[in-house]
Design a protein around this ligand. Structure first.
Ligand SMILES: Nc1ncnc2c1ncn2[C@@H]1O[C@H](COP(=O)(O)OP(=O)(O)OP(=O)(O)O)[C@@H](O)[C@H]1O
Ligand SMILES: [Mg+2]
Length: 314
């Protein structure tokens, strides 16, 4: 029986800008179970990173969490005092790796020293640093430990970040487009490494990506996001082989394959979230548009065992 680690319940986040109120997260709910890889997938601007920031309580001015809950191990993180969040949760129970690992590292500190800082206590930590670098398959770890971040390739720097972010043995690792900035040949290696290490550490992963093929290769379950809403969730198998939401179907059609070299995009553009479409936010682009879609926001329909879709077709 799966045990829930993280539950996001009916989350709303707005940004108060000079252009108006950006309604970025519009009632998002999903869970991440213990030990699983959960993929959050969707086009640029759909609210993936804002969702991650909300989990880490990092939404800052002009943004505001309007309502909702982020329940982690039974505690509502959004009602924790800031210092408790800092001392117990962020960087300890929940860690994060991002798209640009070199930028996330301290540029004037040797890589080995930065890894050493994650471990408590004083004294010589060379042995543990070298072991951590070896664990992420870094060749010549003694030499790399003495390097500065700018001397590393993107793939190497992301391996260093993975080593650092798994060192506190977090229950949840958030990975926001961890391989998007890397060469294609390196992407698969880094994802494979992440998968192996996470299994060994028994951590859960919230993997954020715009790429369905990354989800297919690495995730157990997936949530599909569109313009601030989760439109479909389910096991990766269910969602990929039996997509139900017209948006998910469109994303699947957009994956290039052997016999389909041309990328079929979804016609239309993602709406401005200052004045989002009423009803279902996807309705202006939807090939299956019905009257009800422009006025009523669809609620979730249980389409099968652990497969849910928010669409008036069902
Ligand atoms: N600081 C901010 N001020 C105003 N609007 C913001 C801010 N941060 C995010 N937004 C808006 O919130 C929405 C969601 O942004 P978010 O960064 O979560 O998208 P994303 O899915 O991570 O996209 P990408 O794939 O490009 O990283 C967007 O419309 C964005 O413009
Ligand atoms: Mg993002």
């Amino acid at each position: 029986m799966a045990e829930t680690l993280l539950e996001i319940k009916d989350l709303y986040v707005n940004f108060y800008t000079y252009r108006g109120i950006v309604r970025a997260i519009n009632g998002v709910s999903f869970t991440v179970e213990k030990g699983e890889f959960f993929g959050l997938v969707g086009e640029t601007g759909c609210g993936k990173s804002v969702t991650a920031s909300a989990v880490l309580n990092l939404i800052r001015n002009p943004g505001r969490i309007e309502s909702g809950q982020v329940v982690f191990k039974g505690r509502d993180l959004l009602s924790l005092p800031a210092d408790t969040f800092r001392s117990e949760i962020r960087g300890k129970e929940i860690t994060m790796i991002m798209q640009h690992p070199v930028a996330a590292l301290n540029p004037v500190m040797r890589v080995g020293e930065q890894i050493a800082e994650v471990f408590p206590g004083k004294g010589d930590k060379t042995a543990i640093v070298v072991e951590k670098l070896r664990e992420v398959n870094i060749p010549e770890p003694e030499k790399i430990a003495l390097s500065y971040p700018h001397q590393l390739s993107g793939g190497m720097a992301q391996r260093v970040m993975i080593a650092m972010m798994l060192a506190p043995k977090p229950s949840l690792l958030i990975a926001d487009e961890p391989t998007t900035a890397l060469d294609v040949s390196v992407q698969a290696q880094v994802l494979k490494l992440l998968k192996e290490l996470v299994a060994r550490h028994r951590s859960s992963v919230l993997l954020i990506t715009h790429d369905m093929s990354v989800v297919a290769e690495t995730c157990d379950r997936v949530g599909v996001m569109y313009a601030g809403d989760i439109v479909e969730t389910g096991s990766v198998e269910e969602v990929i082989f039996n997509p139900l939401h017209p948006y998910t179907k469109g994303l699947m059609a957009a994956i290039p394959s052997e016999d389909k070299k041309k990328l079929e995009g979804i016609p239309g553009v993602v709406p401005e979230l200052v004045s989002p479409p009423p009803g279902c936010r996807f309705h202006p682009r939807c090939p299956r548009l019905m009257d009800i879609c422009s006025s009523v926001k669809p609620s979730f329909h249980e389409a099968g065992k652990a497969h849910r879709v928010a669409c008036h077709l069902y």
